[in-house]
Design a protein around this ligand. Structure first.
Ligand SMILES: Cc1cc2nc3c(=O)[nH]c(=O)nc-3n(C[C@H](O)[C@H](O)[C@H](O)COP(=O)(O)OP(=O)(O)OC[C@H]3O[C@@H](n4cnc5c(N)ncnc54)[C@H](O)[C@@H]3O)c2cc1C
Length: 333
């Protein structure tokens, strides 16, 4: 008897450029994993007028696309997407389902795992295949002080959400071909309990820091909201984005989208300025891929100062103001 083809599913979250990058990163990782367990990579694309995404996921490595193109799926709906994936997963029995740890992914992945009666490792920072052919899910635990290696031994599918920026997307190849299955919209889908009236992106979200080459990050040492806001001025002059630590978010000086670290974004700038940040492990967990770090802190013993390529012992606002002044002067010259 012919054995069933194993499949790794990647949920296509293409709502905007950044979420789409996560999907591409996951497809790339799925290609690696698929090689190790002789599986195919299958991207799920639901929505309306989705041909662009079918092409993009094919070009980035998917072997198969499960697509449903219908006006009823124009806007994201947890209830509808859940019902669709639950039905498809029960019919087709994928080995693994990977979902980006985006706001939407974080919302629907646990619900899907519950419906499929399987486990889910949330916010993974690494994936591999064990000698036994199981998905090794590497996720921070105990407040980020440890990395746990998790396997789902008995239940299927093996499910994980993965942080944006964890893997690199592979280069596209628009000559690649995938098997595209265009499926009809299922009958009796639940009515969404939430109706999307308008979609507006906040200015801060427009400048997501996940792919910024220059990031100016501020911590509690900035002292107050006015001082913190000046970081935006520096970021603008440098063509970069602004990141923040958790106390800054809690104090209301910045939006949650700016949070860098274990509970926030993983960043990979070419240069990172770190103003008034101690360097707690939960924050530095998000800095692994920064190429060059300049830290400014009053305390030379702060962990962030020890991690930095250049450490400036000074008042954060003084250095910030000087930098802004000097850059403006140079731009005028
Ligand atoms: C489960 C969990 C998850 C977490 N996730 C995250 C996360 O994702 N991201 C995150 O950032 N945190 C996270 N935290 C919080 C984290 O543990 C730290 O509390 C936080 O990162 C500290 O932020 P900070 O460096 O701004 O503040 P502090 O630790 O208070 O450091 C302030 C620094 O500013 C310096 N300073 C003070 N005044 C000045 C001045 N005038 N000029 C220059 N330097 C000055 C001080 O010397 C100090 O080093 C998490 C915590 C837990 C328990």
């Amino acid at each position: 008897m012919k054995s069933k083809q194993k499949s790794i599913w990647v949920f296509g979250d293409y709502r905007n450029y950044y979420q789409n990058r996560v999907t591409l990163q996951l497809i790339s990782k799925a290609v690696d994993l698929a090689r190790m367990i002789q599986a195919e990579v299958c991207a799920l694309v639901f929505g309306h007028e989705i041909d662009e995404w079918i092409m993009e996921y094919t070009a980035h490595g998917a072997d198969r696309i499960l697509a449903i193109d219908d006006p009823a799926l124009k806007s994201y709906s947890t209830e509808r997407y859940l019902a669709i994936i639950e039905k498809l997963a029960k019919e087709r029995d994928p080995e693994i389902i990977l979902i980006g740890a985006t706001d939407f992914g974080r919302e629907f992945a646990p619900r899907l795992a519950k419906r499929l009666k399987t486990g889910l490792s949330a916010d993974c920072v690494g994936l591999d295949i064990t000698e036994e052919g199981l998905l090794l899910q590497i996720a921070p635990s105990f407040g980020g002080n440890m990395l746990a290696e998790i396997i789902t031994e008995r239940h299927r599918p093996q499910m994980a959400t993965v942080r944006p920026g964890t893997f690199k997307e592979m280069p596209h190849n628009y000559n690649r071909k995938a098997l595209v299955e265009r499926l009809p919209l299922m009958k009796n889908l639940p009515e969404p309990r939430v109706r999307l009236v308008e979609y507006k992106r906040s200015a801060e979200r427009e400048h997501s820091i996940e792919s910024a080459a220059v990031i100016v990050c501020g911590g509690r040492g900035m002292g107050n909201k006015n001082n913190f806001n000046r970081l935006h001025e520096l970021a603008k002059l440098l063509g970069g984005g602004v990141g923040a630590t958790r106390p800054v978010i809690y104090a209301g000086w910045a939006d949650h989208v700016a949070l860098v670290g274990q509970a926030g974004k993983h960043i990979k700038p070419k240069i990172l300025f770190s103003f008034g940040i101690s360097g707690a492990i939960q924050h530095t967990a998000g800095l692994g891929e920064a190429d060059f770090i300049v830290a400014i802190n009053k305390n030379p013993q702060a962990t962030m100062m020890k991690m930095a390529d250049v450490a400036i012992v000074a008042d954060a606002s003084d250095v910030l103001n000087t930098l802004i002044k000097e850059l403006k002067k140079r731009i005028r010259e």
